[in-house]
Design a protein around this ligand. Structure first.
Ligand SMILES: *Cc1c(COP(=O)(O)O)cnc(C)c1O
Length: 367
Protein backbone atom coordinates (compact mmCIF):
# COMPACT_ATOMS: atom_id res chain seq x y z
CA UNK A 1 0.00 0.00 0.00
CA UNK A 2 1.50 3.29 -1.10
CA UNK A 3 -0.45 5.77 1.02
CA UNK A 4 0.00 6.24 4.72
CA UNK A 5 -2.85 5.18 6.97
CA UNK A 6 -3.28 7.97 9.49
CA UNK A 7 -4.32 7.48 13.11
CA UNK A 8 -7.06 10.08 12.63
CA UNK A 9 -8.56 12.00 9.76
CA UNK A 10 -11.13 14.83 9.96
CA UNK A 11 -14.16 13.88 7.85
CA UNK A 12 -14.70 17.15 5.98
CA UNK A 13 -17.00 17.08 2.97
CA UNK A 14 -18.61 19.56 0.58
CA UNK A 15 -21.40 20.27 3.12
CA UNK A 16 -18.94 21.61 5.72
CA UNK A 17 -17.13 23.70 3.10
CA UNK A 18 -20.37 25.24 1.83
CA UNK A 19 -21.51 25.97 5.37
CA UNK A 20 -18.32 27.92 6.07
CA UNK A 21 -18.54 29.83 2.81
CA UNK A 22 -22.11 30.82 3.69
CA UNK A 23 -21.01 32.19 7.06
CA UNK A 24 -18.17 34.16 5.46
CA UNK A 25 -20.51 35.60 2.84
CA UNK A 26 -22.99 36.63 5.54
CA UNK A 27 -20.24 38.65 7.32
CA UNK A 28 -21.63 37.38 10.66
CA UNK A 29 -18.39 35.61 11.47
CA UNK A 30 -18.26 35.79 15.27
CA UNK A 31 -20.68 34.30 17.80
CA UNK A 32 -24.28 34.48 16.55
CA UNK A 33 -27.23 32.40 15.40
CA UNK A 34 -25.28 29.30 14.47
CA UNK A 35 -23.66 29.02 17.89
CA UNK A 36 -27.14 29.26 19.44
CA UNK A 37 -28.30 26.55 17.04
CA UNK A 38 -25.44 24.15 17.76
CA UNK A 39 -25.98 24.65 21.50
CA UNK A 40 -29.63 23.69 21.10
CA UNK A 41 -28.89 20.64 18.91
CA UNK A 42 -26.04 19.47 21.09
CA UNK A 43 -28.12 19.71 24.26
CA UNK A 44 -30.72 17.51 22.52
CA UNK A 45 -28.06 14.94 21.57
CA UNK A 46 -26.95 14.68 25.20
CA UNK A 47 -30.43 15.01 26.65
CA UNK A 48 -29.48 17.95 28.89
CA UNK A 49 -31.15 21.29 29.63
CA UNK A 50 -28.19 23.48 28.76
CA UNK A 51 -25.18 23.47 26.44
CA UNK A 52 -22.61 26.26 26.20
CA UNK A 53 -20.29 26.32 23.19
CA UNK A 54 -16.65 27.17 23.91
CA UNK A 55 -13.43 27.78 22.02
CA UNK A 56 -11.98 24.32 22.78
CA UNK A 57 -12.12 21.40 25.20
CA UNK A 58 -9.59 22.87 27.60
CA UNK A 59 -11.59 26.09 27.97
CA UNK A 60 -14.70 23.92 28.51
CA UNK A 61 -12.94 22.15 31.41
CA UNK A 62 -11.69 25.43 32.88
CA UNK A 63 -15.22 26.85 32.61
CA UNK A 64 -16.79 23.76 34.23
CA UNK A 65 -14.44 23.92 37.23
CA UNK A 66 -15.12 27.64 37.63
CA UNK A 67 -18.89 27.16 37.37
CA UNK A 68 -18.70 24.39 39.98
CA UNK A 69 -16.98 26.83 42.32
CA UNK A 70 -13.71 24.90 42.47
CA UNK A 71 -10.74 27.06 43.47
CA UNK A 72 -7.78 27.49 45.77
CA UNK A 73 -7.66 25.11 48.70
CA UNK A 74 -9.91 22.57 46.96
CA UNK A 75 -8.85 19.12 45.81
CA UNK A 76 -10.05 17.49 42.60
CA UNK A 77 -9.65 13.75 42.15
CA UNK A 78 -8.89 12.53 38.64
CA UNK A 79 -6.89 10.08 36.56
CA UNK A 80 -3.22 10.45 35.58
CA UNK A 81 -3.90 8.43 32.42
CA UNK A 82 -5.46 11.15 30.28
CA UNK A 83 -4.57 14.08 28.08
CA UNK A 84 -2.73 16.79 30.01
CA UNK A 85 -5.59 19.31 29.66
CA UNK A 86 -7.70 17.40 32.22
CA UNK A 87 -5.13 18.03 34.94
CA UNK A 88 -3.99 21.45 33.70
CA UNK A 89 -7.56 22.73 34.05
CA UNK A 90 -7.46 21.90 37.78
CA UNK A 91 -4.21 23.86 38.12
CA UNK A 92 -5.75 26.72 36.13
CA UNK A 93 -8.33 27.36 38.88
CA UNK A 94 -5.65 27.06 41.59
CA UNK A 95 -6.94 23.76 42.97
CA UNK A 96 -4.91 20.64 43.79
CA UNK A 97 -5.09 17.64 41.46
CA UNK A 98 -5.33 14.31 43.30
CA UNK A 99 -4.23 11.54 40.98
CA UNK A 100 -5.40 7.96 41.54
CA UNK A 101 -4.97 4.73 39.64
CA UNK A 102 -7.09 3.30 36.84
CA UNK A 103 -8.91 0.06 36.19
CA UNK A 104 -6.84 -2.30 34.08
CA UNK A 105 -9.71 -3.47 31.84
CA UNK A 106 -11.24 -0.15 30.83
CA UNK A 107 -8.27 2.22 31.41
CA UNK A 108 -10.73 4.46 33.30
CA UNK A 109 -10.41 5.82 36.83
CA UNK A 110 -10.96 3.13 39.47
CA UNK A 111 -13.85 4.09 41.81
CA UNK A 112 -12.26 2.18 44.72
CA UNK A 113 -9.14 4.33 44.38
CA UNK A 114 -11.28 7.48 44.43
CA UNK A 115 -12.82 6.43 47.74
CA UNK A 116 -9.34 6.04 49.28
CA UNK A 117 -8.29 9.52 48.15
CA UNK A 118 -11.25 11.55 49.43
CA UNK A 119 -10.25 14.12 52.07
CA UNK A 120 -11.92 17.08 53.81
CA UNK A 121 -10.67 19.28 50.99
CA UNK A 122 -12.09 17.19 48.14
CA UNK A 123 -14.58 19.26 46.15
CA UNK A 124 -14.93 17.47 42.82
CA UNK A 125 -14.07 14.47 40.69
CA UNK A 126 -13.17 14.77 37.02
CA UNK A 127 -13.99 11.53 35.27
CA UNK A 128 -12.51 10.94 31.81
CA UNK A 129 -14.37 8.63 29.42
CA UNK A 130 -11.09 7.45 27.97
CA UNK A 131 -10.87 6.34 24.34
CA UNK A 132 -14.67 6.78 24.09
CA UNK A 133 -15.91 4.55 26.92
CA UNK A 134 -17.89 6.06 29.83
CA UNK A 135 -16.65 5.41 33.36
CA UNK A 136 -18.75 3.53 35.92
CA UNK A 137 -21.05 6.44 36.80
CA UNK A 138 -23.27 4.50 39.24
CA UNK A 139 -20.26 3.73 41.42
CA UNK A 140 -18.86 7.24 41.13
CA UNK A 141 -22.23 8.84 41.91
CA UNK A 142 -22.43 6.82 45.15
CA UNK A 143 -19.07 8.18 46.27
CA UNK A 144 -19.96 11.72 45.20
CA UNK A 145 -23.25 11.59 47.08
CA UNK A 146 -21.66 10.23 50.24
CA UNK A 147 -18.99 12.95 50.34
CA UNK A 148 -20.99 15.77 48.65
CA UNK A 149 -18.69 16.05 45.63
CA UNK A 150 -19.39 17.53 42.22
CA UNK A 151 -18.70 15.27 39.24
CA UNK A 152 -17.30 16.82 36.07
CA UNK A 153 -17.24 14.57 33.05
CA UNK A 154 -14.36 15.03 30.60
CA UNK A 155 -16.22 13.66 27.59
CA UNK A 156 -13.70 15.04 25.08
CA UNK A 157 -13.28 11.56 23.61
CA UNK A 158 -16.78 10.18 24.16
CA UNK A 159 -19.36 12.17 22.23
CA UNK A 160 -22.47 10.01 21.57
CA UNK A 161 -21.43 7.23 23.97
CA UNK A 162 -23.85 6.15 26.68
CA UNK A 163 -24.09 4.58 30.12
CA UNK A 164 -27.29 2.82 31.20
CA UNK A 165 -29.11 4.42 28.27
CA UNK A 166 -28.01 7.99 29.08
CA UNK A 167 -25.68 9.91 26.81
CA UNK A 168 -22.33 11.39 27.77
CA UNK A 169 -22.67 15.02 28.80
CA UNK A 170 -25.65 13.95 30.91
CA UNK A 171 -23.83 11.49 33.17
CA UNK A 172 -22.30 13.93 35.66
CA UNK A 173 -23.13 17.36 37.08
CA UNK A 174 -21.28 19.04 34.23
CA UNK A 175 -19.99 17.59 30.95
CA UNK A 176 -17.11 18.87 28.80
CA UNK A 177 -16.48 18.10 25.13
CA UNK A 178 -13.75 18.86 22.60
CA UNK A 179 -14.13 19.23 18.85
CA UNK A 180 -10.44 19.31 18.04
CA UNK A 181 -9.45 17.93 14.61
CA UNK A 182 -8.74 14.41 15.89
CA UNK A 183 -11.99 14.01 17.87
CA UNK A 184 -15.03 12.01 16.71
CA UNK A 185 -16.72 15.17 15.48
CA UNK A 186 -14.70 18.31 14.79
CA UNK A 187 -14.79 21.96 13.84
CA UNK A 188 -11.01 22.44 13.99
CA UNK A 189 -11.00 23.87 17.50
CA UNK A 190 -14.12 23.91 19.64
CA UNK A 191 -15.70 22.70 22.85
CA UNK A 192 -18.97 22.41 24.77
CA UNK A 193 -20.09 22.50 28.39
CA UNK A 194 -23.31 20.64 29.23
CA UNK A 195 -25.41 20.65 32.39
CA UNK A 196 -28.91 20.40 33.85
CA UNK A 197 -28.03 22.90 36.60
CA UNK A 198 -29.22 26.44 35.90
CA UNK A 199 -26.75 28.03 38.31
CA UNK A 200 -23.81 26.24 36.66
CA UNK A 201 -25.19 27.27 33.27
CA UNK A 202 -25.34 30.98 34.16
CA UNK A 203 -21.84 30.94 35.68
CA UNK A 204 -20.41 29.15 32.64
CA UNK A 205 -22.14 31.46 30.18
CA UNK A 206 -20.73 34.52 31.96
CA UNK A 207 -17.24 33.05 32.36
CA UNK A 208 -16.75 32.39 28.64
CA UNK A 209 -17.78 35.95 27.79
CA UNK A 210 -15.45 38.13 29.92
CA UNK A 211 -17.60 37.70 33.02
CA UNK A 212 -20.27 39.82 31.41
CA UNK A 213 -23.75 39.50 32.94
CA UNK A 214 -26.06 37.66 30.53
CA UNK A 215 -27.97 40.16 28.41
CA UNK A 216 -26.19 43.19 29.95
CA UNK A 217 -23.35 44.74 27.98
CA UNK A 218 -20.36 46.08 29.93
CA UNK A 219 -21.63 44.87 33.31
CA UNK A 220 -19.23 42.34 34.81
CA UNK A 221 -20.00 39.90 37.60
CA UNK A 222 -16.35 38.92 38.02
CA UNK A 223 -13.38 37.65 36.10
CA UNK A 224 -14.04 35.98 32.80
CA UNK A 225 -12.25 34.89 29.66
CA UNK A 226 -12.96 35.03 25.97
CA UNK A 227 -13.75 31.36 25.41
CA UNK A 228 -16.48 31.85 22.81
CA UNK A 229 -17.01 29.66 19.76
CA UNK A 230 -17.43 31.43 16.40
CA UNK A 231 -20.26 30.92 13.91
CA UNK A 232 -17.61 29.70 11.46
CA UNK A 233 -16.82 26.78 13.75
CA UNK A 234 -20.49 26.25 14.65
CA UNK A 235 -21.38 25.95 10.95
CA UNK A 236 -18.91 23.09 10.56
CA UNK A 237 -20.04 21.42 13.77
CA UNK A 238 -23.72 21.54 12.75
CA UNK A 239 -22.85 19.46 9.67
CA UNK A 240 -20.68 17.09 11.73
CA UNK A 241 -23.47 16.57 14.26
CA UNK A 242 -25.78 15.26 11.52
CA UNK A 243 -23.25 12.49 10.89
CA UNK A 244 -22.37 11.58 14.46
CA UNK A 245 -24.42 8.35 14.49
CA UNK A 246 -22.93 7.24 11.19
CA UNK A 247 -19.39 8.03 12.37
CA UNK A 248 -20.01 6.16 15.61
CA UNK A 249 -21.31 3.05 13.83
CA UNK A 250 -18.33 2.98 11.48
CA UNK A 251 -15.87 3.25 14.36
CA UNK A 252 -17.66 0.46 16.24
CA UNK A 253 -17.64 -1.72 13.13
CA UNK A 254 -13.92 -1.15 12.60
CA UNK A 255 -13.26 -1.98 16.26
CA UNK A 256 -15.27 -5.17 15.93
CA UNK A 257 -13.24 -6.24 12.94
CA UNK A 258 -10.06 -5.80 14.97
CA UNK A 259 -11.50 -7.62 17.97
CA UNK A 260 -12.50 -10.63 15.87
CA UNK A 261 -8.99 -10.86 14.50
CA UNK A 262 -7.01 -10.17 17.69
CA UNK A 263 -8.87 -11.99 20.41
CA UNK A 264 -6.99 -15.20 19.69
CA UNK A 265 -3.59 -13.53 19.26
CA UNK A 266 -1.30 -14.33 22.18
CA UNK A 267 0.08 -11.19 23.77
CA UNK A 268 -2.49 -8.83 22.25
CA UNK A 269 -5.06 -7.75 24.82
CA UNK A 270 -8.15 -6.30 23.15
CA UNK A 271 -10.09 -3.40 24.67
CA UNK A 272 -12.74 -4.39 27.21
CA UNK A 273 -16.24 -2.98 27.05
CA UNK A 274 -17.64 -2.94 30.57
CA UNK A 275 -21.35 -3.70 31.21
CA UNK A 276 -24.11 -1.09 30.77
CA UNK A 277 -22.27 1.13 28.35
CA UNK A 278 -21.49 1.82 24.72
CA UNK A 279 -17.98 2.56 23.53
CA UNK A 280 -17.62 5.01 20.64
CA UNK A 281 -14.00 4.06 19.93
CA UNK A 282 -12.39 7.46 19.74
CA UNK A 283 -9.35 5.19 19.98
CA UNK A 284 -9.02 1.48 19.42
CA UNK A 285 -6.34 0.62 21.95
CA UNK A 286 -4.68 -2.75 22.35
CA UNK A 287 -2.13 -3.79 24.93
CA UNK A 288 1.00 -5.47 23.68
CA UNK A 289 2.32 -7.77 26.39
CA UNK A 290 4.06 -11.11 26.97
CA UNK A 291 4.12 -13.50 25.08
CA UNK A 292 3.80 -11.25 22.01
CA UNK A 293 7.07 -11.81 20.11
CA UNK A 294 8.09 -8.14 19.97
CA UNK A 295 7.72 -5.12 22.27
CA UNK A 296 5.04 -2.47 21.90
CA UNK A 297 7.62 0.09 20.78
CA UNK A 298 9.07 -2.28 18.19
CA UNK A 299 5.59 -3.07 16.85
CA UNK A 300 4.91 0.65 16.46
CA UNK A 301 8.08 1.11 14.40
CA UNK A 302 7.30 -1.94 12.26
CA UNK A 303 3.77 -0.71 11.56
CA UNK A 304 5.18 2.67 10.60
CA UNK A 305 7.55 1.02 8.11
CA UNK A 306 4.42 -0.41 6.48
CA UNK A 307 2.74 2.99 6.31
CA UNK A 308 0.50 2.42 9.35
CA UNK A 309 0.49 5.29 11.84
CA UNK A 310 -0.24 3.99 15.33
CA UNK A 311 0.00 6.19 18.47
CA UNK A 312 0.65 5.76 22.17
CA UNK A 313 -2.03 7.40 24.31
CA UNK A 314 -0.38 8.07 26.74
CA UNK A 315 3.29 7.17 26.98
CA UNK A 316 4.03 9.09 30.19
CA UNK A 317 1.64 9.16 33.20
CA UNK A 318 0.92 12.77 34.11
CA UNK A 319 2.40 12.52 37.64
CA UNK A 320 5.85 12.32 36.03
CA UNK A 321 5.73 15.91 34.80
CA UNK A 322 7.30 18.51 37.04
CA UNK A 323 4.56 21.14 36.95
CA UNK A 324 1.98 18.51 37.89
CA UNK A 325 4.06 16.56 40.37
CA UNK A 326 4.94 19.65 42.39
CA UNK A 327 1.33 20.75 42.93
CA UNK A 328 -0.57 17.45 43.13
CA UNK A 329 -1.36 14.78 45.68
CA UNK A 330 -0.33 11.52 44.01
CA UNK A 331 -1.36 8.00 44.97
CA UNK A 332 0.41 4.80 43.89
CA UNK A 333 -0.55 3.99 40.33
CA UNK A 334 0.93 0.58 39.44
CA UNK A 335 -1.72 -0.10 36.78
CA UNK A 336 -1.13 3.24 35.05
CA UNK A 337 2.63 2.63 35.14
CA UNK A 338 2.23 -0.78 33.53
CA UNK A 339 -0.37 -0.03 30.87
CA UNK A 340 1.43 3.14 29.74
CA UNK A 341 4.20 0.77 28.60
CA UNK A 342 1.77 -1.59 26.82
CA UNK A 343 -0.91 0.49 25.09
CA UNK A 344 -0.97 1.09 21.37
CA UNK A 345 -3.82 2.79 19.50
CA UNK A 346 -4.49 1.66 15.94
CA UNK A 347 -6.31 3.68 13.25
CA UNK A 348 -10.09 3.25 13.74
CA UNK A 349 -11.52 6.40 12.11
CA UNK A 350 -14.62 6.25 9.86
CA UNK A 351 -12.78 6.75 6.56
CA UNK A 352 -10.89 3.44 6.80
CA UNK A 353 -11.79 0.79 4.24
CA UNK A 354 -12.19 -2.89 5.03
CA UNK A 355 -9.04 -3.65 3.07
CA UNK A 356 -7.06 -1.11 5.09
CA UNK A 357 -8.25 -2.68 8.35
CA UNK A 358 -7.33 -6.14 7.02
CA UNK A 359 -3.92 -4.81 6.03
CA UNK A 360 -3.37 -3.46 9.56
CA UNK A 361 -4.55 -6.76 11.11
CA UNK A 362 -2.12 -8.74 8.95
CA UNK A 363 0.71 -6.36 9.85
CA UNK A 364 0.06 -6.89 13.59
CA UNK A 365 -0.60 -10.63 13.51
CA UNK A 366 2.29 -11.23 11.13
CA UNK A 367 4.85 -10.27 13.80
C1 LIG B 1 -8.75 16.53 23.52
C2 LIG B 1 -8.89 16.40 24.98
C3 LIG B 1 -8.98 17.53 25.81
C4 LIG B 1 -8.69 18.93 25.36
O1 LIG B 1 -9.45 19.40 24.32
P1 LIG B 1 -8.87 20.56 23.38
O2 LIG B 1 -10.06 20.87 22.51
O3 LIG B 1 -7.72 20.04 22.63
O4 LIG B 1 -8.52 21.71 24.24
C5 LIG B 1 -9.22 17.33 27.16
N1 LIG B 1 -9.35 16.09 27.67
C6 LIG B 1 -9.25 14.99 26.90
C7 LIG B 1 -9.42 13.64 27.53
C8 LIG B 1 -9.00 15.10 25.54
O5 LIG B 1 -8.89 14.00 24.80
Amino acid sequence: MGNKINISEPQIEEKEIKAVVNVLKSRNIVQGELVAKIEEKFSKLCGVEYAIATSNGTSALHTALFAAGVGEGDEVITTPFTFVATVNSILMVGATPVLVDIDEGTFNINPREIEKAVSKKTKAIITVDLYGQPVDYSEIRKIAKKHKLIIIEDAAQSVNASYKGKKTGNLADIGCFSFYATKNITCGEGGMVTTNNKNFYIKAKEFINHGQRIGKNYDYVGIGYNYRMTDIAAAILLEQLKKVDMFTKKRQKNANRYNNAFFRTNGIIIPEIAPNRTHVFHQYTIRVAQPFPITRDRLKVLLESKGIMSRIYYPIPLYRFFHIKKDSRIFDCPVTDRVSREVLSLPVHPALSKSEIDYIIDAVIGQ
